[in-house]
Design a binder for this molecule. Structure first.
Ligand code: FPP
Length: 263
């Protein structure tokens, strides 16, 4: 852990320098990302919102690449929230098409780089043609043992908690679960992320200070990094900066921590 006054200013370094400054033995296991700001990126260039989503997809491809190269265990990308259906129909349609394009392009690199594709969210609520591509990507990559690329689709944290409670009630009714045994760990096992570690780091682009119904349970102890950069401009270098910034944080998990202790 670097003392606060010795913290390097990570903005000054190149991608290669950042790579060598990162402690590769102290990486976050799970990084979750709220990819925000596509619309504003497009508007500032007098382009339609969908143009922002398209360039945003290119950022997503790059971030998957660097997360895999770094050797992270899990990368979760918030691609379509349960509330995003409220957007104009043509934008929703374009996002669905982009998702399928992303999956088709990503499949080649997932196979090459041993990446395993997963999703969280109410997948059955997506159009059939999108579900088919998702299933194909999962089938083609589920035996891969490298990075887990977890994409949140038709996802809402509150909906996930409701679904978990329904699962618990069903198991209690069928005597598969004793209610007295229900604790935080058991509860986690009913979430969509049952087999994944909780995120260590949450990155949100575009400067918004909101959690937007994302991983409400799982983010309990995540470090949060909010950058003003809009998602289409968020590329590998800034992801590496985020990892380095994470490594400079002191995670306390409710304890008083070393910096406080030494005062
Ligand atoms: C938020 O920006 C972004 C989304 C709702 C969609 C995210 C989708 C992508 C990055 C493209 C596809 C990527 C994958 C992984 C399939 P916004 O539209 O809310 O931006 P604004 O707040 O500036 O309007």
């Amino acid at each position: 852990m670097l003392k606060k006054k010795n913290k390097p200013d990570v903005r000054k370094f190149s991608k290669q320098e950042l790579w060598s400054m990162i402690d590769h033995n102290n990486l976050p296991k799970h990084v979750a990302v709220i990819m925000d700001g596509n619309g504003r990126w497009a508007r500032s260039r007098m382009l339609p919102r969908v143009a922002g989503h398209r360039v945003g997809m290119e950022s997503a491809l790059k971030i998957v690449e660097v997360a895999s190269d770094l050797g992270l265990n899990v990368l979760t990308l918030y691609a379509f929230s349960a509330e995003n259906w409220r957007r104009p129909a043509d934008e929703v349609g374009a996002l669905m098409k982009l998702l399928v394009e992303f999956l088709k392009r990503e499949l080649i690199s997932m196979k090459k780089n041993n990446i395993c594709f997963q999703t969280i969210g109410r997948i059955a609520g997506l159009p059939d043609w999108v579900q088919q591509q998702i299933k194909w990507s999962i089938d083609q990559t589920c035996k891969n043992t490298g990075l887990i690329l977890n994409v949140a689709l038709n996802y809402g944290g509150q909906q996930e908690i409701v679904d978990a409670v329904k699962g618990i009630v069903r198991d209690v009714e069928h005597k598969r679960l004793d209610i007295n045994e229900l604790d935080e760990e058991t509860f986690s096992g009913y979430l969509y992320t049952a087999d994944l570690p909780d995120p260590d780091l949450l990155i949100r682009t575009s400067g918004e200070m909101r959690i937007s119904n994302f991983l409400l349970w799982q983010l309990a102890y995540a470090e949060m990094l909010i950058t003003p950069t809009l998602w289409p401009d968020f590329r590998k270098r800034e992801f590496l900066q985020a990892i380095l910034e994470y490594q400079q944080r002191e995670r306390r998990f409710g304890t008083i921590g070393k910096l406080v202790q030494s005062k």
